[in-house]
Design a protein around this ligand. Structure first.
Ligand SMILES: Cc1cc2nc3c(=O)[nH]c(=O)nc-3n(C[C@H](O)[C@H](O)[C@H](O)COP(=O)(O)OP(=O)(O)OC[C@H]3O[C@@H](n4cnc5c(N)ncnc54)[C@H](O)[C@@H]3O)c2cc1C
Length: 358
């Protein structure tokens, strides 16, 4: 039940006020959209734009085999799962804009959302579902070679099959589930995979660690940290430092894959809602999705540094939509939200910015 906005904060009479804008298009965002659309809130999803680190559809776009999402006994391809989630949300009337939100203005009601390319949107409620992105070591040569296509990547599933990595010795940095998954995946293409880990044991789940350690193509450089990435146009090796003795050594590798955790995509939310030290959105109450700002809710990895799974992201996406629906039903600035008898037909909004396949 969106309406023309005669009284948007900018005074733009052509703008419309959305009941709920969902920012992000991973499992959290699409699940929130399915619930909000079926509740006849006529949601708008701003799904993000493609960048070096993230694409619409979120993190699962970078993985081929999802074996732990319920309902798929044989597993499911990540891109297919995300395409199907989007289709399901659209089936109930969800509208989609392919763009990034760069600012959320909470000094006005309805909230004003500023995007990178497609202008401003106004929303009574907002669901933050912007997920997280891969971390880098922060070494000069790592960044240089990553940007120039010189054999350094933060996504084995995206890049591991490239011809340049075939039959090479590849390094994976990290000790968690992502590192185990990436190392195991890379054995399909590599001659050998070396996991470089700062400690003498993994923090990955036992089943993932055991699978990696049992693989004859994988070996581990324990107590080792990367201090430099070697190579001019393409990586040729790594300079390692022993974290116990301090001794340095060099190993020859033909590729480097980072698997050292994630940073929540909340740069545009600093000073908007309460964030923890790592940048994750802090829920106002345990087991609820409300944030420090009434009417703004959060779901998925952006508010969950602990579970970080597709199914938990989807679960909190459901919770956020229900929380937003109840919040709207109790009235925004004294005006009860009315749910129309029939779903509202989608109206075009900034037509050129709506994804052609959305
Ligand atoms: C390689 C890999 C393999 C994985 N395998 C599994 C698995 O097998 N099983 C499992 O359960 N989990 C797996 N995960 C974890 C799972 O992908 C995440 O837990 C899940 O995707 C989180 O969903 P989300 O909706 O919170 O966010 P994300 O999936 O991170 O999606 C966030 C979305 O927000 C968008 N966005 C970001 N900033 C903005 C902005 N400013 N404006 C608009 N949009 C924005 C992004 O483009 C993205 O589309 C894997 C993760 C990785 C990296």
């Amino acid at each position: 039940m969106s309406e023309s906005a005669a009284n948007t904060p900018s005074g733009d009479a052509t703008a419309r006020i959305e009941n709920v804008v969902i920012i992000g298009s991973g499992p959290a965002g699409w699940t929130a959209a399915v619930y909000a659309a079926r509740a006849r809130l006529d949601p708008l999803v701003i799904e993000g734009g493609p960048s070096r680190e993230m694409i619409p559809g979120g993190q699962l776009m970078f993985t081929t085999d999802i074996e732990n999402f319920p309902g798929f006994p044989e597993g499911v391809d990540g891109q297919k799962l995300m395409a199907d989630m989007k289709t399901q949300a659209e089936r109930f009337g969800t509208r989609v804009v392919t763009d990034d939100v760069v600012e959320v203005d909470t000094s006005v009601r309805p909230f004003r959302l500023v995007t990178r390319y497609s202008g401003e949107y106004f929303a009574r409620s907002v669901i933050l579902a912007t997920g997280a992105r891969a971390n880098w070591l922060g070494l000069h040569n790592e960044e240089r070679l990553a940007q120039s296509g010189g054999g350094v990547s933060a996504c084995a599933v995206c890049d591991g099959a490239l011809p340049a990595f075939r039959d090479q010795v590849l390094a994976v940095v990290g000790g968690g589930d992502s590192a185990m998954e990436e190392a195991t995946y890379l054995t399909k293409f590599a001659r050998e995979v070396v996991i470089v880990h700062r400690r003498d044991s993994f923090r990955a789940s036992p089943i993932m660690a055991e699978r990696a350690l049992a693989d004859p193509k994988i070996r581990v450089a324990w107590n080792s940290e990367v201090v430099d990435v070697l190579g001019d146009d393409f990586i040729t090796g790594l300079r390692l430092r022993d974290t116990v003795t301090g001794a340095e050594s060099t190993i020859t590798v033909g590729g480097l894959f980072l698997a050292i955790g994630h940073t929540p995509n909340t740069g545009f939310l600093k000073g908007v809602v309460d964030l923890d030290d790592a940048g994750y959105v802090i829920p106002a109450e345990p087991w609820r999705t409300g944030t420090s700002v009434e009417g703004i809710f959060a779901a998925g990895d952006v508010m969950d540094a602990y579970y970080r799974q597709a199914v938990t992201a989807a679960g909190t996406g459901c919770m956020a939509a229900l929380d937003a629906e109840r919040w709207l039903a109790h009235g925004v600035e004294g005006t009860p939200h009315e749910i129309p008898a029939e779903p509202v037909a989608s109206e075009p909004i900034a037509a050129e910015s709506v994804a052609a396949d959305s």
